[in-house]
Design a protein around this ligand. Structure first.
Ligand code: NAD
Length: 390
């Protein structure tokens, strides 16, 4: 079994799916490993480091895809401009692809993979169970994004974050509001506390109150029950309009006093909830900052532009996408551990052994044997094809 690691081709993408430490682990499981030349260059890893770990180097993407039985990537398949071919068409028919496929946003890619009988697994659909924790790339990337979001806010803020007692008098600390206290939000709280800000956190899931407080922040969310706010996996559900309104009123009051806002609220499979309407931005302090980590799903703020920085009502609004990619060394290290742990579930005696009785493999498999295995993706593809042409 030959595992291939191509160079990522997304714009400004500097991460790589597997670093040399995990090449050694894959080799120990008797797999062969092939790495595209320059795959680690974005994080200062020379080809030599991969060779020393036991990998062979493929001179380019065409050579890598031609030989690999299993391809490990970060980004979903994209058009490879140099080869004038889509990566979904480069993976060998009948081969395996593992990446952050985000199938709901990439229905055409999923269709193409199924047609070519590629077996695909999506790292973002690995079940969030205790056994699968080592494979939880969403948490790894959320951690990196939450940390970096606070640094961006501090960099763009016209104010200090910590309280300073100086000869020129005392400077009060900045007030930071975190909306959505999941993995990214909790890391944002911890980072902002280290920088000395006073932190408040808002979420609809009551379960997060304790975690927020243990990090030294104040919970300012509405009082809702676990049943009305979260599903069996611990993820947030879309709220009823009445409950949403109740929470929004509370939130609006906190937004008025914040110097910086990090917003991370998501509901799996749905557009991000709109929690900061334009009128709320107009009421914020001049010079305050919003970093919207839900920008790729439409944003939590009505004025966010994905991938851009805009100033509205004297508030700077950042909509970074793929923020984890700006920390390529550590983000790759974490992702490499996550994806390798998943791949090791598929290898037995150096050969591919897909056991779909394993809930982790079954839960994260998107296509196999020409079929779309992931029920929610299949339903979306069926309803997209049934919709009348516009
Ligand atoms: P996420 O990225 O889907 O959402 C981020 C946060 O937004 C969540 O805390 C959610 O409650 C919040 N949110 C959604 N709608 C909102 C709204 N209208 N208003 C305010 N906040 C809103 O979530 P995530 O960070 O990937 O994970 C969320 C939870 O999943 C974790 O906190 C944890 O409970 C669970 N989880 C479990 C494991 C595990 O057991 N291995 C691993 C990771 C996460």
């Amino acid at each position: 079994m030959k595992i291939g690691i191509p160079k990522e081709i997304g714009a400004r993408e500097r991460r790589v799916a597997v670093v040399p430490d995990q090449v050694k682990q894959l080799k120990a499981a008797k797999a062969e490993v092939l790495v595209e030349a320059g795959a680690g260059s974005g994080l200062y890893l020379p080809d030599r480091a991969y060779e020393e770990a036991g990998a062979a180097i493929a001179r380019d993407a065409a050579a890598l895809y031609a030989e690999a039985d299993v391809v490990l990537k970060i980004q979903p398949p994209l058009e490879n401009a140099a080869l004038r071919k889509h990566e979904a068409d480069l993976v060998r028919g009948g081969g395996v692809l593992v990446c952050m496929l985000r199938p709901f946003s990439n229905l055409d890619v999923v269709r193409a993979l199924a047609e070519r009988r590629v077996t695909s697994f999506s790292m973002d659909l690995v079940p969030r169970t205790t056994r699968a924790q080592r494979m939880d790339a969403l948490s790894s990337m959320g951690t990196a994004a939450g940390y970096k979001a606070v640094l961006l806010a501090a960099e763009h803020s016209p104010r200090f974050f910590p309280m300073l007692v100086t000869a020129a008098g005392t400077i009060p600390p900045s007030r930071l509001l975190v909306i959505g206290a999941g993995v990214a939000g909790l890391q944002a709280i911890a980072t902002a506390r280290r920088l000395g800000a006073v932190v408040e956190a808002y979420d609809i899931r009551p379960a997060v109150k304790e975690e927020v407080e243990s990090l030294g922040a104040t919970f300012v969310g509405p009082t809702l029950s676990a049943e009305e706010t979260q599903d069996a996996q611990g993820y947030a559900k879309a709220l009823s309009p009445e409950k949403q309104k109740e929470g929004m009123e509370k939130l609006r009051a906190r937004l008025k006093v914040a110097d910086a806002v990090i917003t991370t609220a998501r509901v799996p499979g749905l557009p991000a909830p709109k929690l900061i309407p334009a009128e709320a931005v107009a009421e914020m302090k001049p010079g305050s900052i919003i970093v919207d980590l839900a920008a790729d799903m439409g944003g939590n703020c009505a004025l966010t532009e994905a991938g851009a920085e805009v100033v509205r009502h004297d508030v700077t609004i950042l909509g970074p996408v793929r923020l984890a990619g700006t920390l390529p060394v550590h983000a790759s290290m974490m992702y490499s551990r996550n994806i390798t742990a998943l791949v090791l579930l598929m290898v037995k005696d150096g050969a591919l052994n897909l056991d779909f009785n394993d809930d982790i493999l079954a839960g994260s498999c998107i296509t196999h044997d020409g079929k779309i295995m992931h029920a929610a993706t299949r339903e979306r593809i069926e309803s997209a094809s049934a919709a009348p042409a516009r």
